[in-house]
Design a protein around this ligand. Structure first.
Ligand code: ACO
Length: 329
């Protein structure tokens, strides 16, 4: 296989909508502070029986339907998530819940807000180098389970969601994944994470070790902001160069939806006019690995993104990780 094309997308969000005013009832904040600093107005948060897997399955079913695929047409499922229901991975359970019966491969990919871009790259390698034909890539996160809901510096930012795309092997001339640029830097990990609680001082564990638990998300917002505005434009420029394109050839800029000020700063740096920038952050907040496929799905279904359009997408976040992809829809 020389190429892989995108043939379907889908998304799912929880039913409970939480506004900035709702948050102002539980932490010392205001709608004005949150909207001015972040652009976020609402976010969806799981409740009742909702969880990561059923959001992932719902998004996947919609993507399969758009692609006109049955679950057993798939030979690979990649679930990009950093908030699994099971630390050993959820992808095989999503595979079962979708109704796949052929024991096709399914596995998780952990790279926080860059997860979906890495998922696309993995799918392209599996297809172009590994003989796989039909691949489902899901980006899904339920960050609400790992947020300290008493910390106004972080709890205002995040929402839960899932998004998915279906990729199919094709001729090189129909290729929909044109180039990638991918990075990580563990030095910056201290600025953003949800680390394991025990043994944090490097102390020697007793035998038997205690059961582990994870800390809530800890973030240095200013450092993450600086990192994103510095690294994302460089990465996008490098992906564009590899594809032999410039910003003026691109129909849409689709960034991980973390903060409207980051999106605006990157768009300005790369000279993308506002009408070419996809943003749905106001409605959903930062949905981590789900944000790019969720925004893509809305843009495709609303008719903004049309067949043949070229999109440059970039993810960035914990790790630190970041990366860009040039996509043809
Ligand atoms: N409501 C009201 N006041 C607040 C709130 C809040 N929700 N949060 C912080 N403040 C206060 C602070 O206490 C501080 O008060 P002080 O001046 O009295 O000390 C003041 O507001 C300024 O706080 P900063 O943290 O300096 O505010 P900043 O302008 O940096 O904005 C923000 C914070 C919105 C988090 C910003 O830094 C940001 O968006 N950074 C990027 C982070 C990001 O995108 N993270 C997502 C993770 S990346 C990924 O996707 C995994």
């Amino acid at each position: 296989n020389k190429g892989c094309k995108l043939v379907g997308c889908g998304s799912a969000v929880p039913s409970l909508s939480v506004s900035n005013d709702d948050l102002a009832k539980i932490v010392d904040t205001s709608d004005e502070w949150i909207s001015v600093r972040t652009g976020i107005r609402n976010r969806r948060v799981i409740s009742g029986k909702e969880n990561l897997r059923n959001l992932a399955v719902e998004a996947a079913k919609k993507a399969l339907k758009m692609a006109n695929f049955e679950p057993d047409d798939l030979d690979l499922i990649l679930l990009c998530t950093s908030t699994p229901e099971d630390i050993f991975g959820d992808a095989p359970k999503v595979q079962r819940e979708l109704g796949c019966t052929k024991s096709q491969l399914a596995h998780d990919i952990t790279a926080a807000c860059s997860g979906f871009v890495l998922g696309l790259f993995s799918a392209s390698c599996y297809i172009k180098g590994g003989g796989f034909r039909n691949v489902l890539v899901i980006g899904a996160d339920v960050v609400s389970r790992f947020v300290d809901w008493t910390d106004r510096g972080t709890c205002i930012l995040f929402g839960d969601a899932a998004g998915a795309v279906v990729l199919q092997a094709c001729d090189a001339k129909e290729d929909g994944l044109l180039s990638f640029d991918l990075h990580s830097d563990g030095e910056g990990a201290r600025h953003l994470g949800a680390p394991i609680n025990d043994n944090e001082n490097g102390s020697v564990l007793e035998f038997p070790p205690n059961r582990s638990s994870y800390a809530c998300i800890q973030m240095n917002g200013k450092e993450v902001f600086r990192f994103a505005v510095r690294c994302v434009p460089q990465s996008i420029e490098s992906a564009l160069e590899k594809a032999g394109l410039t910003a003026s050839n691109i129909d849409w800029l689709l960034l991980h939806q973390a903060n409207q000020r980051i999106i605006d700063a990157v768009a300005t740096r790369l000279e993308f006019p506002p009408e070419k920038v996809i943003s749905n952050l106001a409605n959903y907040g930062n949905t981590s690995a789900a944000s790019i496929p969720l925004a893509l799905d809305e843009a495709v279904r609303s008719g903004k993104v049309k067949p043949g359009h070229t999109i440059v997408a970039a993810g960035f976040g914990a790790g630190l990780t970041w990366g860009s992809a040039v996509i043809r829809w």
